[in-house]
Design a protein around this ligand. Structure first.
Ligand SMILES: *Cc1c(COP(=O)(O)O)cnc(C)c1O
Length: 376
């Protein structure tokens, strides 16, 4: 079976995790601090704050920005469920906005269609690694007191204009789940240009204690910590960070390989009537975290029909990005009409793409699709 995704892990990651265990320091410590510095430098920003996942990172940022009950947070419905759940953790209300049909991302216009006086923030998702047009969203939000939080869960290694995604002035949250590119098993990181915010996030992620475990290690025996407010345990372990440091060195190669595979998919599938392939937006470069094929009505079989035919041929695929507003957990949330979101959720599918995928694996997949297109 050709899988949809397979992380690129090797003996270097094994050795890094083993060395951390041998060192005796396994919880958040020196490896986490190093990983934070390395990722912040890689994206070209000031500070990194490692957390246990992108989901807890989004939760922590919303909490630190003081967003809570009575506030509305605009999110795309077309995203993994965690994006829309994050505002609920702080008692705020997620408000679903539609997306652009080509980039599958929010735009200033789709945000404007649902914004109200209570809109406190927008979670701007770089969906499946496709950068969204931040400048127009920043312009829209700037005069209205609306905060932007970038959900870059899938976007490690993507480029927006002349910078890496993560270089911007607003908090950005990455995921290191194996379904993304760079993986630590589970894990996430908040990147921020605001050193005060970084300090606050570091405190909040470790029970809001006034002295971290690492600092206490070096402190006097009677320097007791304090807990001035409600905090969380959203820490990453040093074992995870050690793996992340090795993975970060491979990130450029991961993106490069995915872009080669994407070009091959595009050449083979782009010309087939009824299929739409993803392309870079004019203002950036995607990492192709997922290769999303849209099966339009002109194709001889439906998206589900094509998924079944590929499954029979030993090729795994997944539906495209979900529409959160259709899930039972959001039954009590009103949603404005989201025609593009629903159109895409019904027609998009995710193709196999992983670092070790060969040209012949890919050839087999596109050959099978070609035969379905010919009515076979
Ligand atoms: C995967 C994903 C998340 C959640 O990331 P975790 O690290 O698994 O919590 C959030 N947002 C988007 C857009 C995602 O794709």
């Amino acid at each position: 079976m050709i899988p949809v995704m397979r992380p690129w892990l090797g003996e270097e990651e094994v050795a890094a995790a083993a060395a951390t265990i041998r060192s005796g320091w396994v919880a958040q410590g020196p490896r986490v601090a190093e990983f934070e510095e390395r990722l912040a430098a890689h994206v070209g920003n000031t500070a990194g704050v490692a957390v246990s996942s992108c989901t807890t990172g989004l939760h922590l940022v919303l909490h630190a920005l003081g967003i809570g009950p009575g506030d509305e947070v605009v999110v795309p419905s077309l995203s993994f469920i965690a994006t829309a759940n994050a505002p609920r953790y702080v008692g705020a209300t997620p408000v679903f906005a539609d997306v652009d049909l080509v980039t599958q991302n929010l735009t200033a216009a789709t945000i404007d269609a649902v914004a109200t006086e209570r809109t406190a923030a927008v979670i701007a998702v770089h969906q499946v690694g496709m950068p969204l047009d931040l400048d127009e969203i920043r312009r829209y939000c700037a005069g209205r007191g609306i905060r932007i939080i970038e959900d870059a869960a899938c976007a490690s290694g993507s480029v927006y204009r002349d910078s890496m995604v993560g270089a911007g002035p607003d908090p950005v949250v990455f995921s290191f789940h194996p379904r993304k590119l760079l993986t630590t098993g589970e894990g996430g990181m908040i990147i921020t240009a605001d050193t005060e915010l970084a300090t606050r996030l570091r405190t909040l992620r470790q029970h809001a204690m006034s002295v971290s475990a690492l600092d206490r290690h070096a402190a006097r025996a009677t320097d007791f910590e304090e807990y001035p407010e409600l905090g969380f345990n959203f820490r990453m372990t040093d074992m995870q960070a050690a793996v992340g440091i090795v993975q970060l060195d491979k990130l450029d190669a991961m993106v490069e390989r995915r872009r080669v595979l994407a070009a091959l998919y595009g050449e083979a599938l782009g010309p087939i009537p009824g299929l739409r392939v993803p392309v870079d937006p004019p203002y950036g470069r995607t990492n192709f975290q997922s290769y999303t094929l849209v099966v339009e009505d002109a194709f001889p079989v439906s998206r589900n029909g094509l998924m079944e035919k590929l499954h029979e041929a030993g090729v795994a695929t997944r539906r495209g990005v979900m529409a959160a507003h259709r899930e039972p957990t959001f039954d009590d949330h009103d949603a404005a009409p989201l025609p593009n979101t629903e159109w895409l959720a019904d027609r998009a599918m995710i193709m196999p793409m992983y670092h070790s995928m060969t040209e012949s694996d890919l050839g087999m997949v596109v050959d099978r699709i070609g035969r379905v297109a010919d009515g076979e």
